[in-house]
Design a protein around this ligand. Structure first.
Ligand code: NAP
Length: 687
């Protein structure tokens, strides 16, 4: 099968220069890859001039919907990807992480995009900043999509997940993608991409695919482009050295190799649950994807007193691992991606062996079930042991990207921290300990060197997701040699493809730019209570002023008796006066909220379906008996949720009789759309 590139709205087949990609299992040629003859300038232009504008015309929610539709489309066709993946050496379990994991990542991004980003084309970061005394000049950070293209270069180990976890945030951000898979597993990424194209979900020019080299693409990048790279440190450094990338300050997000550490706590002696969990986790990490995971435990750091026990337990468990063709019955670990990769791992093991002793496995031979280790890239799990890790260098620096780990003893918690940090930055480190004090010390001691720290003990053992599994909303990426930056999950991953800009101006200007009303911006006063009107008829910036209510001492006492909140500032004049904030007894803040609700809530059945929270509540000024309240209810922001209803964010301001603000908050409600306003006796159907 000759893999084609998808460029400028059509499939492109190279005329020559093909590289054979062989099966990891038996060496047959699975695919041929080349991008020779592709016009990379045209590919970039197409993304920038066709894809980018089309995406930027859409809102975050619309783009998140595309990602969700893609997830549904791929989920229905995933068997095809499974069938192809076995040739990469992956077992069924490995495929699950790559394929189902990739699809789940799309769902997760889509849902976070809808829930955490506005239904508009600009995102807001942080609160409105007052910049002048009179409140007529304010500032705010906004995020808008870069107007270039995201070049997404992926590693070979997760051809589906790797491509989708990069594609989703860029698309939601509004930036077109050029995806470049790693050659050794490009046929899996190709099959997924064929489906992306076939689905017709994405606007023209927003996704393109290069099978093979990128030609002069990187030389043509500008400051509006992003390179998102996953792979080895060597390749990453080479690409970052491309002149245009440095000169034009092109954003370069790197996820690169990582000498991840896992520390067994000083308390976790043989026989404790943490000891067993630790051994199990190392074996899982070594064998999953034949150790070709960026999060694999490369350094197992254990108390010196337990190192022999850990070694014995590992040897016993690893003895049960069955290496071979993933199709064969009973196989628990597949192959490395290629013979070349195995040769590389063998060479790295030889380097490690100059400072450590191999205590399990023969790097040069393994009995592979259903295959031969001459034709297939099979390899035994390898455990090394380095007894003086603080005096060694290679064990902290050489990444053997296969089923390889090194055991290292420590004598004190401080040593364990020092050894872990010798990796100079990693994606993930883990701690297996039930000693809270030691675990806390290690977390603080290693935090700045790691993108993620997993702390496992008997309390979370059943639910913890493992060393290798970040959850989509969490950081994926690490400092130092792991890439330097942070590749984020969730909404912050989307922000990587956007520019944060401080906008200054009048409250009205900021309101129209951001699509969010704020006090100080123009008000469209309405007499028709907004709680009586369906979602569509509400306009951002519309305000409604309620009637008034006097607060009496009797109200305060009644509320105190009724709720049990007899705080002295409400009940005792002399005690209240001792406070630097009060001149005497004051009304409860919660009483004010309740009276505010009493002033604006409608009792009749209507479009407001539920109140689901309050945010940013501040009591600004005390309210004393005899003060009179009134409330301004303003439509601050709207976000459609389902055909039946949408979310309304109300800016609620409580004033006293002098028009001083006494309290301010955002109220969140779900409001029915016109066709779904509830009617007595009829249940509202939810889709
Ligand atoms: P690699 O050899 O560095 O290749 C990575 C990607 O770079 C591939 O797509 C490769 O394409 C591309 N590439 C190489 N030279 C290029 C050039 N001159 N211009 C443009 N693209 C170029 O890494 P790999 O062997 O695929 O993956 C294994 C490595 O990835 C390991 O070191 C592992 O630790 C790391 N990794 C890290 C993470 C993480 O999240 N930190 C995740 C997964 C893997 P070709 O294949 O076509 O050359």
């Amino acid at each position: 099968m000759k893999l084609r590139s998808y460029a400028c709205g059509r499939w492109f087949e190279a005329k020559g220069g093909f590289v054979d990609v062989r099966s990891a299992i038996d060496g047959h040629v699975v695919a041929q890859v080349s991008s020779e003859g592709l016009d990379f300038a045209a590919v970039l232009d197409h993304a920038r001039n066709v894809g980018g504008p089309a995406l930027r015309r859409m809102t975050f929610h619309e783009r998140a919907d595309l990602v969700k539709r893609l997830a549904l489309h791929l989920a229905e066709r995933k068997q095809k990807f499974y069938d192809l993946s076995f040739d990469t050496g992956a077992t069924q379990k490995d495929c699950f992480v790559d394929i189902d994991g990739g699809i789940m990542t799309l769902f997760s991004f889509a849902s976070k995009g809808r829930r955490e980003l506005p239904n508009s084309r600009v995102a807001i970061d942080g609160a409105l900043e007052p910049l002048s005394k009179g409140g007529r000049f304010v500032g705010r950070h906004i995020l808008t999509p870069l107007q270039g293209v995201a070049i997404q270069i992926n590693a070979y180990n997760f051809p589906c997940w790797g491509m989708l976890e990069k594609l989703a945030p860029a698309i939601i951000a509004g930036v077109p993608v050029i995806a470049k898979p790693a050659t050794p597993s490009a046929y899996v990424a190709y099959a997924v991409f064929e489906e992306i194209v076939r689905s017709g979900i994405f606007p023209e020019g927003s996704v393109q695919f290069v099978a093979g080299g990128l030609g002069d693409t990187l030389d043509r990048l500008t400051g509006q482009d992003v390179v998102s790279f996953t792979g080895s440190r060597g390749t990453s450094s080479k690409l970052q050295a491309v002149r245009a990338i440095g000169e034009n300050a092109v954003r370069f997000i790197a996820e690169q190799d990582s000498l991840n550490a896992s520390i067994l706590g000083p308390d976790a002696a043989p026989g404790t649950p943490e000891f067993d969990l630790y051994v199990k986790e190392i074996v899982r990490e070594l064998t999953a994807k034949a150790g070709q995971r960026c999060t694999c435990i490369r350094r197992a750091i254990v108390p010196r007193a337990f190192i022999d026990d850990v070694e014995r337990a590992l040897i016993e468990r690893l003895g049960k691992v069955v290496v071979g063709d993933p199709h064969a019955e009973g196989v628990t670990m597949g192959a490395l991606v290629s013979l070349a990769q195995r040769a590389d791992v063998r060479a790295r093991v030889a380097e490690l062996a100059s400072e450590a002793t191999i205590v399990y496995g023969d790097p040069m031979h393994v009995a592979a079930v259903g295959g031969s280790d001459a034709e297939g890239a099979f390899m035994s799990p390898i455990v090394l042991r380095c007894d003086r890790p603080l005096e060694a260098a290679r064990v902290h620096d050489v990444e053997a990207f296969g089923p390889v780990t090194t055991l290292m003893p420590f004598d004190s918690v401080a040593d364990a921290i020092a050894i872990a940090n010798r990796g100079e930055g990693s994606l993930v480190a883990s701690i297996f300990s039930y000693d809270g004090h030691a675990a806390d010390e290690i977390v603080l001691g290693i935090g700045s060197y790691h993108g993620r720290v997993l702390v496992v003990d008997r309390d979370c053992a059943k639910e913890q997701t493992g060393h290798g599994s970040p959850l989509a909303p969490l950081v994926h990426g690490g400092p130092g040699r792991a890439g330097g930056g942070e590749e984020m999950g969730g909404v912050r991953g989307v922000f990587h493809y956007m520019q944060r800009t401080a906008v200054q101006g009048s409250p009205q200007r900021l309101a129209t730019v951001t699509g969010q009303w704020n006090p100080g911006a123009a008000e469209q006063k309405t007499e028709h209570h907004p709680f009586e009107r369906p979602f569509e008829s509400l306009t951002v910036g519309e305000t409604f002023y309620t009637g008034t209510r006097e607060i009496t001492l009797a109200d305060i006492e009644h509320f105190a008796e009724f709720t049990g909140d007899r705080f002295y500032a409400h009940m005792d004049e002399a005690a209240a006066k001792t406070s630097p904030f009060f001149d005497g007894r004051v009304a409860h803040g919660y009483l004010l909220l309740s009276f505010a609700a009493g002033l604006f809530v409608k009792s009749e059945l209507g479009p407001v379906l539920a109140n689901y929270g309050i945010e940013g509540l501040r009591f600004v000024k005390p309210v004393y008996p005899g003060d009179t309240l009134h409330v301004r209810l303003a439509v601050k922001e709207k976000a459609p949720r389902k055909p039946e209803y949408g979310e309304v964010r109300w800016s609620v301001t409580l004033f006293n009789q002098d028009d001083d603000v006494v309290a301010q908050y955002d109220l969140l409600t779900m409001n029915a759309t016109a066709a779904h306003v509830p009617v007595l006796g009829e249940a509202v159907a939810a889709s």
